[in-house]
Design a protein around this ligand. Structure first.
Ligand code: AMP
Ligand code: ZN
Length: 414
C-alpha cells in the first residue's frame, strides 16, 4: 500500500466536507481508501488535504491536479443552504450494532461481488412485505397502476432525461461484442489464449477493448425514466397520471459500497406522478403523509429533510444542488442505522417541468406536464428496519411478522 497526503490549493470549509467525501473515490480508481485532513484557520476548522492510500504507486502530480479540480469545480462553488427538517417520527432510536455481521454469519446476506449481495429469509420476506405496503398505499391514494419495466434502458432515454451528463460516475453501460464472426472469433481466441498468470478480468477487458461496442442500452439507474419515456410525445387524459413499478437498479458506487446501505445493484419501488403543476405537487406532499404514517406504524425512528443529488462533473453541479435544496425539490426519509448514522431510505422528488419538456409530455390543457417521483430503496429500508428491530421476526411489529411468516408458509407449501 502507498500513502500520499495531497494538499488542496483551496481549503474546503467543513460544511462541504461531506460533499467532498462523496466524490473522492470517483477521482481515480487507484484510490483504495482516503481520509480528509483538517487544520485550524483562525477559529474554524477547514479541510486542507486528502490522505489517500493506493495499492500501486500512483502519479501524485496527476492525483493532486484531479483532486484540486474536483474541489474547484464541484465543491467550492456550492452555496450554503441549511437542511430543513420537515418531519420526525415519534419512535426513539435503538439500533443493533452488529446487524450486518450477523446477516453474513447466518447466510441471510450473501456476498456475490463488489457492491452486490444475495439475500435469504426472513430478509427477503421483509423486503416483499415492505414493497407491498408501499405499492398498496400508492394504489389506494392515487389509483397508481402497477407496471413492470426491463432492467435495460435505451441510453438515449438517459441522455434525454439529463442523467447521462448529471451522474456519469454511476453509469453501468451494457456492452456486447461486435456482431461479426471475426469479432466473436477474436474474442474467443484472446480469452482462451490468455497467459495462465493473467487475471481473467484483465484478459476479458483487453479482449473487450478490441472487440466490443456499446449495445445502445444501459442498466437502469432508476425506474422512473421508463415511465417518462412511455409517455413521451403524449397528452395525458387526466390531470394526474400515477404509475408504480418495482425494478432492479444499477449504480456504479465505486468503493462507496457498504453493507446493504450502498450497493451497485439494488431494488427500487417507485411511484411516479405526471400531470399539472398543482396536482403533482399535491401528490408528492400527500404521499409523504402516507409514508410518515407507514413509518410510524412500522415502529421506526427516522426523520425527513431536504436533500440534493450527487451531481458530478457538470459545469452546473453547484447550481443544480443549490436549486434542489432552495426549492425543496428533494426530500429524503433518513432512518437510523448503527454507529450513530442514518441512511436515506426514501426520496420524494419533484422535477418541475424539466422532464415534461425533455419528453414532450402535455397535460389535458396542452401545458407542459410536471413530474415527480417517490423512490423507496427496498434493501436499504429493510436493512434499517432490521437494524432497529432485530433479525428475529418475533421482535417485529405484529402485522409485519404475521405477513412474513404467512408468506414463508405459503412458499414452503408450494
Ligand atoms: P435516489 O434516486 O438517489 O433518490 O434514490 C432513491 C432511493 O434508492 C434512495 O433513497 C435509497 O433508498 C435507494 N438507493 C439509492 N442508491 C442506492 C444504492 N447505491 N444502494 C442501495 N440503495 C440505494
Ligand atoms: Zn425517480
Amino acid at each position: 500500500m502507498h500513502q500520499y497526503t495531497v494538499p488542496l490549493s483551496q481549503k474546503v470549509p467543513l460544511r462541504l466536507a461531506g460533499e467532498l467525501s462523496k466524490r473522492v473515490f470517483f477521482v481515480s480508481e487507484d484510490i483504495e481508501s482516503f481520509e480528509l485532513v483538517e487544520e485550524k484557520e483562525g477559529e474554524t476548522a477547514v479541510v486542507c488535504a486528502v490522505r489517500v492510500t493506493t495499492r500501486a504507486p500512483s502519479d501524485t502530480v496527476q492525483m493532486r491536479s484531479m483532486l484540486n479540480q474536483l474541489v474547484s469545480d464541484d465543491i467550492l462553488p456550492q452555496r450554503s443552504v441549511m437542511e430543513h427538517r420537515i418531519w420526525q417520527s415519534s419512535h426513539p432510536v435503538t439500533t443493533h450494532d452488529d446487524t450486518f455481521d450477523r446477516m453474513l454469519d447466518q447466510g441471510i446476506a450473501i456476498p456475490s461481488g463488489e457492491g452486490q449481495l444475495g439475500f435469504g429469509d426472513p430478509f427477503t420476506g421483509l423486503v416483499a412485505h415492505l414493497d407491498e405496503v408501499f405499492r398498496a398505499a400508492a394504489q389506494r391514494s392515487f389509483g397508481a397502476l402497477e407496471h413492470r419495466y426491463p432492467s435495460l434502458i435505451p441510453t438515449g432515454v438517459l441522455a434525454r432525461s439529463g442523467y447521462l451528463t448529471s451522474f456519469p460516475q454511476f453509469l453501468m453501460f451494457a456492452g456486447r461484442l461486435h456482431g461479426e464472426l471475426d469479432s466473436y472469433k477474436g474474442f474467443v481466441k484472446q480469452v482462451s489464449d490468455r497467459d495462465s498468470a493473467e487475471d481473467t478480468d484483465a484478459a476479458v477487458s483487453r479482449a473487450l477493448a478490441d472487440h466490443s461496442t456499446h449495445s445502445g442500452y444501459t442498466l437502469s439507474p432508476a425506474v422512473c425514466y421508463h415511465v417518462y419515456e412511455q409517455h413521451a410525445g403524449k397528452s395525458l387524459d387526466a390531470d394526474l397520471v400515477s404509475v408504480t413499478a418495482r425494478g432492479t437498479c444499477f449504480r456504479h458506487e465505486s468503493r462507496y459500497h457498504r453493507s446493504l446501505e450502498r450497493l451497485w445493484e439494488f431494488t427500487m419501488r417507485e411511484v411516479v406522478f405526471i400531470g399539472s403543476e398543482n396536482r403533482v405537487a399535491e401528490a408528492r406532499n400527500s404521499f409523504m403523509q402516507d409514508v410518515f404514517a407507514i413509518v410510524e406504524e412500522l415502529g421506526l425512528a427516522g426523520h425527513v429533510e431536504t436533500a440534493s443529488d450527487p451531481f458530478f462533473c457538470d459545469a452546473k453541479t453547484a447550481e443544480k444542488i443549490w436549486t434542489q435544496r432552495l426549492m425543496q425539490l428533494k426530500y429524503e426519509l433518513l432512518l437510523p442505522v448503527p454507529g450513530g448514522r442514518s441512511v436515506a431510505a426514501v426520496s420524494f422528488n419533484t422535477h418541475g417541468s424539466s422532464l415534461g419538456e425533455a419528453f414532450s409530455i402535455r397535460t389535458p390543457d396542452r401545458e407542459i406536464a410536471h413530474t415527480g417521483c417517490v423512490a423507496f430503496g427496498l434493501e436499504r429500508f429493510a436493512y434499517a428496519f432490521v437494524c432497529q428491530h432485530g433479525l428475529d421476526p418475533a421482535g417485529w411489529p405484529d402485522a409485519v411478522s404475521r405477513s412474513v411468516q404467512s408468506s414463508g408458509a405459503t412458499e414452503a407449501s408450494r
